[in-house]
Design a protein around this ligand. Structure first.
Ligand SMILES: [Zn+2]
Length: 314
């Protein structure tokens, strides 16, 4: 047997590098059951950052992404609902996405977001996706998509105006390094838009291990607006907007995962068959959380701090 004995490894804090974790809770993969045993959610005692340990060894992630992993699926009813929401999101963000901007979507999966932006009128869209099947599916829609990660992307300074991370940053083993690369390829004053789970949310407190934002071991980091702000500042970005999503998706998922955690598989299956009505039914409490700035799904916009102007006459 030549394979690694374990596809998981102990990791230190990805923000400050300290290896001083305070255990918070055990997390199991309730969605896809890819874990042989639970992993631990910890808090870095030095900088307060929350992350999983152990985590998938980089290069060993495939075992934890089943073929029916949502972002790779494009035909289901939930897929259609997601695309409607995406179109709405693109309209709301159009002042950042309009031509002639060059846009890079990191971890673009099958290219739904890029497709929507192109459909809305900006053809200068590019994608980066580590999963070869998903990347090929995106290319079959006529999109320019490179198979790989930020590490493997040729770094041409200031070559993009906007970089998108749609539910991607929490999957990356080195989020700090990823944002440093983004700062390099963005023009000064360029924008990074991130969609991600918010660990400082009502849903995270209420659902505990069953909160969909944990999604172990695919999600390695659990960001909060505070830790995100620090991470962005470190890479030379300032946060300019923080939006809290109001729909009931994560609450519906929370109920489904609670049922699975309790071993009530028949109830979990039943809830899955009424997923969209369940999302609608869960929207009032989710909207209240959003109004209180405690939604479990946020979108933040940050700007690369422009270089100081050259001093004249020196
Ligand atoms: Zn730390």
């Amino acid at each position: 047997m030549t394979r690694d004995a374990t596809p998981l490894e102990h990791v230190a804090c990805a923000l400050c590098g300290a290896d001083d974790p305070e255990p918070l809770r055990w997390l199991d993969d309730l969605r896809f059951r890819t874990l042989l045993s639970p992993v631990q959610l910890v808090r870095c005692r030095r900088c307060d950052f929350r992350y999983l340990t152990p985590q998938p060894r980089p290069g060993n992630e495939a075992a934890f992404y089943p073929s029916d992993y949502d972002p790779f699926r494009r035909t289901s009813l939930t897929g259609r609902a997601r695309r409607l929401l995406l179109r709405h999101e693109v309209r709301r963000l159009w002042r950042y996405l309009a031509p002639p901007r060059r846009i890079l979507d990191v971890g673009c999966a099958t290219g739904d977001l890029l497709h929507c932006i192109r459909e809305a009128g900006n053809p200068r869209v590019y994608g980066l996706e580590p999963d070869p099947r998903a990347a090929e599916a995106a290319r079959s829609r006529g999109l320019v998509v490179w198979t790989g990660t930020l590490d493997t992307l040729p770094r041409i300074p200031a070559s993009f105006d906007v970089v998108l991370f749609q539910h991607v940053l929490e999957h990356l083993p080195q989020p700090r390094e990823a944002l440093a690369i983004v700062a390099e390829i963005l023009r000064p004053g360029g924008t990074v838009i991130l969609w991600l789970p918010n660990g400082h949310s009502w849903a995270a407190s209420l659902f505990g291990e069953a909160w969909m934002g944990y999604d172990p071991p695919r999600h390695r980091s659990v960001f909060t607006p505070a830790s995100l702000r620090r991470l962005l500042a470190h890479a030379g970005f300032v946060l300019v907007a923080e939006h809290h999503e109001w729909h009931g998706l994560e609450w519906a998922w929370g109920l489904r995962l609670l049922a699975r955690r309790a071993g009530a598989d028949r109830l979990a299956k039943l809830l899955a068959t009424v997923h969209l009505p369940l999302v609608l039914a869960c929207t009032p409490p989710a909207a209240l959380a959003a109004l209180s700035h405690r939604s479990g799904r946020i979108r933040v916009i940050a700007q690369k701090v422009p270089a100081p102007p050259e001093q004249a006459g020196s």
